[in-house]
Write a protein that binds this ligand. Structure first.
Ligand code: URA
Length: 205
């Protein structure tokens, strides 16, 4: 077999998890966002099912995520897990990731340049997963897909997004960390969360 054919066969035969692992290795070997990488413990690629219909996208790993190598495992993650359970979803059935894959020092907001440099890799993750819907958590990931997003106006409202062949529904939600200790926002986020699967079914089926 020619090397082209064997390479093609290798790519076609790979599972989505293997493709995701390859992408992770590429980010590390190309030294993407080296400044953040040098200050972080590890790259946090994602968690859950790379064959999921729904992908949740947050901002960047925090201290706990940096330590464990998994997104949303701290206080915001606990709240996210509770909302997933209330919506009859499980972390194992969805995929969870962040725009920026390394922890920004002292949990500062990710900078525009950091979001820009990770954007093509986020799109490549979505190309591997081929989700029906992307649920953005917070304004950083929301505005990456919906530049004119006003979260107080647009939360819970689905829009279509298309990147070349890839087309999916985007549902912008508040960030669980922002809503955790704010009673009004907390209830709004829970209400929006409970509508996610219905919104997807109404728009897709
Ligand atoms: N907040 C995020 O946006 N992502 C995480 O992984 C954890 C907290």
């Amino acid at each position: 077999m020619s090397s082209f054919l064997s390479c093609l066969c290798y790519t076609i035969c790979m599972t989505k998890q293997q493709l995701m692992d390859d992408l992770k290795r590429e980010i590390i070997s190309k030294k993407i966002c080296l400044d953040l990488a040098n200050q972080a413990t590890q790259l946090v690629m994602g968690d859950g099912n790379p064959d999921a219909d729904i992908v949740f996208i947050g901002e960047a790993p925090g201290k706990k995520e940096d330590g464990q190598g998994l997104p949303f495992v701290g206080a915001a993650g606990k709240f996210l897990n509770e909302m997933l359970a209330a919506a009859e979803l499980d972390r194992k059935d969805v995929y969870i990731t962040n725009i920026v894959k390394y922890r920004p020092p002292n949990n500062r907001d990710p900078e525009p340049a950091e979001k820009r440099v990770f954007w093509p890799y986020l799109i490549r993750q979505l190309e591997i997963i081929q989700p029906k819907a992307v649920v953005t958590l917070g304004r950083h990931s929301g505005m990456a897909f919906i530049p004119d997003l006003h979260i107080s106006r647009d939360h819970g409202n689905a829009r279509w997004a298309q990147y070349h062949e890839l087309k999916f529904l985007v549902i912008p939600l508040y960030h669980p960390a922002a809503a955790l200790y704010n009673g009004g926002l907390r209830q709004t986020l829970i209400d929006d969360f409970l509508k996610v699967t219905k919104t997807i079914d109404q728009n897709i089926n």
